[in-house]
Design a protein around this ligand. Structure first.
Ligand SMILES: Cc1cn([C@H]2C[C@H](O)[C@@H](COP(=O)(O)OP(=O)(O)O[C@H]3O[C@@H](C)C(=O)[C@@H](O)[C@H]3O)O2)c(=O)[nH]c1=O
Length: 182
């Protein structure tokens, strides 16, 4: 696997080694030993998630707060997404900076998102199977987030407005300004 530092501190792009033959392909989607050796991060993932989305879906921007903050190791098993992360750690040198990266079922790239980041993605292909590991359990009361179309962040989700599909919950998330002042 190859690990590339993203512009955001502690956030990495991981390119696994993919083996191909006449049957198809194979790769290790996670190997704790190689992960630790290559990133220097000692981590224990405790929950695996999978979501299926149609073209135009935008999920995010999400994070869990306090003791339930989650680091995530993200990949796309099928389709193409624009994955977006925002560094929400006040003490970070990349505080409030954002990074977007295209993950697909063909490139098999992964994104490691540290605790303290807001995360979301837009589905750029017809069907998306989105898979991620978390190092902390889902905790409904600790769910938080920022409005996906916040004016300050001004994220280009690469989906025309009339084709965007966003949950009611996500449409009601606070703006960055409201969140920071709360
Ligand atoms: C995230 C999550 C949701 N759920 C339930 C709650 C709800 O009934 C249903 C759908 O939840 P949501 O609408 O929050 O799902 P979704 O919008 O896909 O939430 C995810 O979005 C991406 C961007 C992330 O970064 C993830 O951490 C997670 O927040 O699944 C769990 O049971 N466990 C979980 O870990």
């Amino acid at each position: 696997m190859t690990v590339k530092q993203s512009p955001l501190k502690g956030c990495f792009v991981i390119e696994p080694q993919v083996f191909e033959d006449e049957r198809g392909s194979f790769f290790e989607s996670f190997n704790q030993k190689s992960f630790e050796e290559n990133t220097g991060i000692d981590i224990e993932f405790v929950q695996d998630n999978q979501s299926v989305s149609q073209y135009g879906t935008i999920r995010g921007l999400h994070f869990q707060t306090g003791d339930f903050a989650q680091a995530k190791l993200i990949r796309v098993a099928k389709g193409k997404v624009l994955d977006v992360v925002v560094d929400m750690r006040p003490d970070s040198e990349t505080y409030l900076k954002q990074f977007s990266y295209v993950l697909t079922g063909e490139n098999n790239h992964q994104l490691f998102v540290p605790r303290g980041f807001a995360h979301g993605f837009a589905c750029l292909s017809e069907d998306v199977i989105f898979v991620y590991k978390c190092d902390n359990y889902y905790h409904k009361a600790s769910e938080s987030g920022i409005l996906y179309n916040d004016n300050t962040l001004n994220i280009d989700w690469q989906i025309p407005k009339q084709e965007q599909i966003v949950s009611e919950k996500d449409q009601n998330l606070p703006t960055l300004e409201t969140y920071l002042n709360s």
